[in-house]
Design a protein around this ligand. Structure first.
Ligand SMILES: Cc1cc2nc3c(=O)[nH]c(=O)nc-3n(C[C@H](O)[C@H](O)[C@H](O)COP(=O)(O)O)c2cc1C
Ligand SMILES: [Fe+2]
Ligand SMILES: [Fe+2]
Length: 399
């Protein structure tokens, strides 16, 4: 909407100039976004002016209008690229065209990506490394390399004077909101932050672990990520990350299944009831309609993965195979699994899935493959499977 130019001062002369993408409904062609998302960009005004990250290219005009409401575009001295992904770096070329003297501040790993993806000439780049500073006059920016949260080139930027930490995707959430700060958004926030963490950070949890230490060492008073709300209570998101990365796994299993005629689903129900009776919470997902973000979020603290996939033309049903692709991508902390399946004449899905899960480093606790819908005896075997998984989960947690 032309004419509307909301900006928010998050610290003295440090402004949010980001945009809300209220109507985006799918991110990365994979994850449903019930509340849309936002792309956060920040303007730091000292004697010199720095812009930290830009926005999705669809919103470049809105970003330029917001900056222009606070300073002349030609006065931008630095554009800091914490992350080269187009949802944040996609408007860099627009901004740099309006600010001919501006340098792009980035890590050495980011330079070739900025060149190829965003058309920035090397002469306009200023490569920084861990601990480097830029004095703006009245404000000091410090750079903290934090690779692989999300891409290899990522870094954090601090405004030392105000203890603001621009953390890029780290600590982000897909959540469009008319209010900016975490306390204003309320309880709805952390579930979204957790889904975001699960999809973007959990696959490279060792790097997330290192990045969390680096973020803590900055002792931020404000955490300003590149998606979703700004935390003026940084402990809230830092302790959540601590728990998600390092906390104990729960007495919980995620069950992923598909069933054409209901046979595999009957096994799923029997296994779930059995786990429940043993005090283990099971979160079932029918893969035909499941949201990968929801699956990922439940994987953060689950102890086991249970896969139910019938045989189709000698192979696991392709929708069931998609669960294996998702597990390969998400790399959850749970490393034990069970497989159950139904077939019509000769089966085969279980053996193929077992080999694939082995390859992903899973310990297979149990398998069950039956012909057609389960008989009473086969249902009893499913109940036994549930008991076995429950015992293993309890033992692994020392309870
Ligand atoms: C398109 C199609 C292909 C199938 N291919 C096989 C197969 O290769 N081998 C087999 O043993 N059963 C095969 N079946 C039979 C199913 O695996 C069997 O009906 C099973 O009980 C279905 O489980 P569900 O009710 O959980 O979907 C096939 C069924 C369909 C519909
Ligand atoms: Fe990203
Ligand atoms: Fe992002």
């Amino acid at each position: 909407m032309p004419g509307i130019c909301k900006t928010v001062e998050i610290a003295p002369k440090v402004y949010w100039v980001g945009v809300e993408d209220w109507h985006k409904r799918l991110f990365d062609c994979l994850v449903p976004l019930p509340y849309g998302t936002s792309y956060n960009s920040y303007l730091v005004i000292g004697n010199k002016v720095a812009l930290v990250d830009t926005v999705h290219p669809n919103f470049g005009d809105e970003l330029l209008r917001k900056i222009a409401s606070l300073t002349e575009l030609v006065k931008i001295d630095y554009v800091v690229m914490n992350h080269a992904e187009p949802d944040h770096a996609g408007s860099i070329s627009r901004v740099m065209a309006q600010a001919p003297a501006a340098k792009l501040v980035l890590t050495s790993k980011a330079a070739p990506i900025a060149r190829k993806l965003h058309g920035v000439e090397e002469g306009r780049m200023m490569v920084v490394k861990d601990g480097d500073y830029i004095e703006l006059g009245g404000k000091t920016l410090k750079f903290v390399e934090s690779p692989w949260v999300h891409w290899p080139e990522t870094m954090f930027t601090q405004v030392i004077d105000d203890k603001v930490l621009f953390s890029g995707d780290f600590f982000g959430a897909h959540l469009a909101s008319d209010v900016l700060f975490d306390d204003e958004v309320g309880d709805i926030l952390l579930p979204h932050a957790r889904t975001y963490y699960a999809l973007i950070m959990m696959p490279l949890i060792f790097m997330a672990d290192k990045a969390l230490e680096k973020a803590k060492a900055c002792r931020p008073a404000v955490i300003a990520p590149s998606h979703g709300p700004v935390y003026r209570n940084p402990e809230r998101i830092m302790s959540a990350y601590e728990k998600w990365i390092r906390g104990p796994l729960e007495k919980k299993a995620v069950m992923l299944y598909v069933s054409m005629y209901g046979a595999t689903e009957k096994l799923a129900e029997a296994i779930k009831s059995s786990l429940s009776a043993e005090g283990v919470n099971t979160v079932p997902f029918n893969l035909v309609s499941a949201d990968p973000g929801h699956i990922a979020s439940e994987m953060v603290d689950s102890s086991a993965v249970l896969l139910g996939v019938p045989t189709l033309l000698g192979n696991p049903h392709p929708v069931g195979s998609s669960a294996l692709t998702l597990l390969k991508y998400l790399r959850p902390r749970a490393k034990c699994a069970a497989i159950f399946s139904s077939y019509g004449w000769s089966g085969g899905a279980v053996n193929i899935i077992r080999t694939q899960l082995d390859g992903l480093g899973f310990k297979i606790l149990d398998t069950l493959e039956i012909q057609g819908p389960p008989t009473r005896e086969e249902t009893e075997k499913a109940v036994e499977m549930g008991k076995k998984i429950a015992a293993w989960i309890k033992e692994s947690r020392g309870v």
